[in-house]
Design a protein around this ligand. Structure first.
Ligand code: 9MR
Length: 340
């Protein structure tokens, strides 16, 4: 008597999403809407989980599938967080976008550039084969190579380029294709969503790979934007990639704001989110639009861009911002409109 009820699971679980529309229910049938997933929040925050499930029909592990996290010491894989993401997605009818098999920035520290070329090549082959095989049939698309271009559109100077030469890109795609012939294979980069030197370089590279019969199926445009700058002709740019016969996807969309946030900046941000959604949907081969996180609680922006923040479509209390509303409005107004 007089004692508080013990906390039961149902007493601390939050109710299902309150009354705002779900993006996933509004997308054209052939285009997915995704979010990057923060493994820690997925494991600990019920409100995060329920909004993630309600809004999106695709997920990308923000960090869990990066090589540095999967294989902390040679030959010892830790699948726990990436398996959790896949399990969650399966339970919620979401497709998984795999990120990423090869990235200069996520090479485990135990990989040494002093090793002979053949050893490094074999290591890369094994890594790609191991990861893609584990999730064969469970991952719809892979970012096979991430950020392989320099700002001028030439190949980025990296361990892979230095040790293996430019052929490492084609090799990575072929190995991934062998391990899961049904997975869609993407090349992903940033700063390529608008026209410019880097996008031109990417276009050349994708054309060359396709002409050489390399299984490149899609191009991912990360789209880490700032609120006051739209990419140069995103629609036209995406269309010239589609003309090569590949799919296009917006893979990491976020729109950072210089703090402090105000109503006008939030509106500009909303317009830019809408603009990128429209740009992709204007292209007949647009496969997905993925947000790089959906809540301001967990975005990478504040640690990488001091003085900036609030880059997502939900605030840190997981309530929709004008950007969410703009996406909803755009999708609602297009319903019944044929794609492309
Ligand atoms: O959002 C990711 C952040 O949590 C990580 O610390 C960082 C380094 O692994 O990577 C961030 O995600 C990047 C993505 O994997 C590739 N494109 C750029 C993204 C933002 O830096």
């Amino acid at each position: 008597m007089g004692q508080a009820e013990p906390a039961t699971e149902s007493s601390w679980q939050t109710p299902p999403t309150p009354g705002w529309p779900a993006l996933r229910g509004l997308m054209p049938a052939n285009v997915r809407i995704g979010s990057a997933v923060d493994g820690k929040l997925l494991a600990t925050d019920e409100r995060y989980r329920s909004e993630l499930a309600a809004q999106f029909n695709a997920v990308t592990a923000e960090n869990a599938m990066k090589w540095v996290n999967l294989e902390p010491s040679p030959g010892v894989y830790d699948w726990s967080e990436s398996d959790q993401v896949v399990k969650f997605a399966q339970a919620n009818g979401q497709a998984v976008y795999g990120h990423t098999l090869l990235w200069h920035s996520s090479v485990p520290a135990w990989v040494s550039e002093s090793w002979p070329r053949e050893r490094i090549r074999e290591l890369l082959r094994q890594h790609i084969t191991t990861v893609v095989s584990r999730y064969r049939g469970k991952i719809w698309a892979w970012d096979v190579v991430n950020e392989v271009l320099a700002e001028d559109g030439s190949l980025r100077d990296s361990l892979w380029l230095r040790k293996l030469g430019p052929g490492y890109i084609a090799d990575a795609f072929r190995w991934a294709h062998e391990a899961d012939p049904d997975a869609r294979l993407f090349i992903n980069d940033y700063g390529t969503e608008g026209r410019g030197r880097k996008a031109n370089g990417l276009l050349r590279l994708v054309r060359e790979l396709r002409m050489a019969g390399v299984p490149v199926h899609g191009v991912g445009f990360q789209s880490h934007l700032r609120w006051d700058r739209a990419p140069e002709d995103a629609t036209g740019n995406l269309r010239r990639f589609a003309a090569l016969g590949v799919s296009v996807a917006i893979t990491e969309l976020d729109v950072r704001i210089q703090l402090p946030v105000d109503a006008e900046k939030l509106l500009d941000q909303a317009l830019l989110y809408q603009h990128m959604l429209k740009a992709c949907l204007a292209v007949s081969t647009c496969e997905s639009v993925t947000l790089w996180g959906f809540t301001d609680t967990s975005s990478w922006i504040s640690s990488h861009y001091p003085g900036f923040g609030a880059a997502c479509v939900f605030d840190s209390d997981i309530r929709p911002k004008p950007a969410h509303e703009a996406l909803v409005q755009e999708l609602t107004s297009r319903r019944g409109t044929p794609p492309g």
